[in-house]
Write a protein that binds this ligand. Structure first.
Ligand code: PLP
Length: 333
């Protein structure tokens, strides 16, 4: 009775090893819901891969990884004055902080003179980071610079320009192994931070499914659900595992704003205006519709007459976004 993630272990490990080999200096990113796998699991994978550094998103994620991975931990969210730092010196020594504002590095060094940090450079992302002029005022010893690049566009040129005068180590995102080779110089070492293309780069290694909990035959007009809706015609209601607690029915905005996509969304809008939203549950290759909005841990789906009828305990495929889904069960097969 679960939302289950099945991993083809051999296939996943082969992929992870290939990414590590083609991205020398790789820094795996383990943040948020751990890309669907959980932070603890990613920390153990990173240890198995043999990398010397991983990146977490926030300070609160450090305890999840610190005992499962033996190397350094880069914290991606910039440190701000007032942010507490782990007191255990064995932990503190393994952390690399990110500094994104002039003056913050000094405040961090006031906590401990030998604390390690990287300076974040502003990029076209406009998220965090200092301008070239601000960086010049921060020329103390540091562990390098860091830059976060967009997912699309000419990242190589942008990185080349930003790093033209930098010597030492630069942590970067969203650059290919080939880009990294091009950027590296005798006096510049590039360390690519990779999350999605590492953990989720071979989606064929995964299968996500949910359990059919109940099958109810309904006649036209029969009442069902929290909202006392009426069946529009004869059919079946499926009660299946998976609801809002798993992240089902919560859709992140599609990053795509092309006209075609917007037209598609508009069409979907009219279907959805009728109250029968397409669900991520797939049966016989067809997405089923929600009979009403997903519940906390279960969903009510509409199975039209004529469709093959599943049995209790059968599994439906589930098309989800790994970064917003919580699985009840992860099995390696
Ligand atoms: C999330 C994140 C990454 C990894 O991004 P992916 O697209 O998952 O590879 C790298 N750098 C920073 C600063 C991030 O926040």
């Amino acid at each position: 009775m679960t939302v289950r993630l099945e991993i083809d272990g051999d296939r996943w490990r082969t992929h992870l090893r290939r990414v590590a080999l083609t991205n020398p200096g790789l820094v795996p990113v383990a943040k948020g819901n751990g890309y669907g796998f959980g932070l603890a699991s990613l920390a153990r994978r990173a240890e198995w891969l043999g990398v010397d550094t991983i990146a977490v998103g926030t300070y609160t994620e450090i305890p999840e990884v610190i005992d499962r991975f033996s190397g350094d931990v880069l914290v991606l969210t910039p440190w701000t004055p007032g942010q507490a730092i782990p007191e255990d010196s064995k932990v503190a020594r393994r952390l690399i902080h990110t500094i994104a504002h002039p003056g913050d590095a000094q405040a961090l060094r006031d906590i401990h003179p030998r604390i390690r940090y990287v300076l974040e450079m502003a990029t076209s992302m406009r998220r965090h980071g200092m301008t070239a002029a601000e960086l010049r005022s921060e020329h103390h010893l540091q562990d390098g610079v860091t830059l976060h690049l967009p997912l699309v566009g000419d990242n190589l040129s942008e990185a080349r320009e930003l790093l033209a005068h930098h010597r030492g180590t630069a942590y970067v995102s969203h650059l290919s192994g080939a880009d990294v080779l091009e950027l590296e110089r005798d006096d510049l070492r590039i360390r690519p931070r990779v999350g999605t293309k590492l953990w989720l780069g071979d989606l064929a290694a995964f299968k996500v499914s949910a359990t059919v909990l109940e099958v109810h035959e309904v006649s036209r007009g029969d009442e069902f659900g929290y909202r006392r809706r009426h069946a529009p015609r004869p059919g079946r209601l499926l009660v299946v595992s998976g609801g809002t607690a798993h992240g089902i029915g919560l859709e992140a905005p599609a990053g795509d704003t092309s006209l075609k996509t917007r037209a598609k969304t508009a069409i979907k809008g009219t279907l959805e205006a009728t109250g029968w939203h397409r669900s991520p549950f797939i049966w016989d290759g067809e997405p089923l519709r929600f009979a009403e909005p997903p519940h906390m841990q279960a969903s009510l789906l509409w199975l039209p007459m004529g469709a093959r009828v599943p049995d209790r305990g059968d599994r439906l495929d589930l098309r989800i976004r790994y970064t917003t889904t919580t699985f009840d069960e992860t099995v390696i097969v």
